[in-house]
Design a binder for this molecule. Sequence first.
Ligand code: GDP
Ligand code: MG
Length: 436
Amino acid sequence: LSDKLEATFKKLAGQATINEVNIGIAMRDIKRALLGADVNYKVTKKFVEDVREKALGEQVVKSVSPAQMIVKIVSDELTELMGGENKPLNLATNKLPAVIMVAGLQGSGKTTFCAKLAKRLKKNGKHPLLVAADVYRPAAIAQLKTMGDQVDVPVFSIDAQDALKAALDGVDEARKIGCDVVIVDTAGRLQVDEGMMAEAESLKKQLSPDEILFVVDAMIGQEAVNTAKVFNERLDFDGVVLTKLDGDARGGAALSIKHVVDKPIKFMSVGEKVDDLDLFYPDRMAQRILGMGDIVSFVEKAQETLDLEKTRTMQTRLMKNEFDLNDFFDQLQQLKKMGSIQGLVEMVPGLNKMIPKQDLDGLDFKPIEAIICSMTKAERQAPEIINGSRRMRIASGSGTKVQDVNMLLKQFKEMKKMMSSVTKMTKSGRKIMPQN
Ligand code: GDP
Ligand code: MG
């Protein structure tokens, strides 16, 4: 974490105390990182104010810099805000079976989560029964059955379209066949609506579950917060399951939801497969949110200056490692608007360490542009085809020397290599949570 934020805080290096000035700079960057990670604006604002206050009162320990100190305060505070530690399921109950009710919008990942949870519980020596209380769509029941088969856990369903009966009969069935945990998969709608809420409420009343888990798709961003709020008002659920954190989701939803409903996030789902379930660890999520900071501020700066569409395409190509000399040329034009390559390099985490400064100083735009202009489209797409005779043709076409062409190709190759390792780093940084 300190590593990734190093660039953000280097402005503070060498200053002995946390004061209004350095905390101001740090907080501006942190605010940007949080907003970029999709944390709710109000939450961000409050967070930054709290940290500012805390940090100002802190004595700086001799051996650490104010920057390191602020990073520590920020990540501790984030962790605390998201619940401190992982909060386990509450299945301690003297009535058997224990009942877990799973609620949330349609498509949030409830059914998938139910199967994953069943698998996890089974591994921990429990005997779960999956109950299909999403009785309106035959496909929903079939899906639960398929997933139940995958994790080798029995699935109970009824033919009637009566969620309450399905759930209650399911509990009876569990008793009969000796299951000690019932996981009730409920129906969701695409949007919060009264019918769904009333049904969930009556399920809660009749079943009195030991644990109600609210499942929410982290990719829906700010909307996740509103949905969580409504569900919490009606169901007063016990915990949150954040899903689809394997996708583009930036994790900010975790912070916002915890702040708004003050319920622990207990699990996170990171894929479609039945093994892709992790316990939620606030400290790791804090790192994920902060770790995105530099990349995020780059994207933001780029968005301010550049054509939005182009930037998006560039980012995707970068991530997929499809970046070629055509893109590079395009980027050069854009970068001229933005500032320097050095600026870009400083904003991408890790890149500043990998690329020596003098290499950048050697990058003069004009000859580069000329050289790329003298290449054919195919050559730009696949620079590896540029052999000796092509190099000579390009050099004479651009009024440069073959060495210049060689140099550019070499630098581009290096750059691609770096970008791909940064991409890998970023990707692994986003998936720091181990499977457990
Ligand atoms: P439900 O309507 O709430 O029961 O949601 P489902 O469990 O049917 O999931 C909806 C879709 O999201 C399915 O295609 C799942 O495979 C997918 N899905 C669920 N959880 C995750 C996850 O953590 N990551 C990804 N990428 N997809 C998920
Ligand atoms: Mg479902």
